[in-house]
Design a protein around this ligand. Structure first.
Ligand SMILES: [Zn+2]
Length: 98
């Protein structure tokens, strides 16, 4: 009887930050929550930020006014990233692209 090993689990990309003020990007970070002092991995959410509106304006200038200017609002890469604590749900950081 041969025992098959389960395939190794793919770990999501996480950056571990030791400093008190981690560099927030658009991926979850491991940190100590300043609100509840738990060791957490931040939950991220995207919201429309300055860059989203800038791209919207640029698309308008180039004549993409038939709805194309709304495209950046559907692309997370154009949005700001909000980091929240999954333990206490407080916002612990924000990543803005501008
Ligand atoms: Zn917390």
């Amino acid at each position: 009887m041969s025992h098959l090993q389960p395939p190794p689990q793919q770990q999501p990309q996480v950056i571990t930050v030791q400093s008190a003020t981690p560099a927030f990007r658009d991926i979850p970070v491991s940190m100590v929550c300043p609100h509840c002092n738990h060791q957490i991995q931040t939950a991220i959410a995207f919201e429309s930020g300055t860059l989203t509106w800038v791209i919207c304006g640029v698309l308008l200038l180039f004549g993409c006014w038939l709805g194309c200017c709304l495209i950046p609002f559907f692309i997370d890469g154009c949005k700001d990233c909000i980091h929240t604590c999954p333990s206490c749900n407080n916002v612990v950081g924000k990543f803005t692209r501008l």
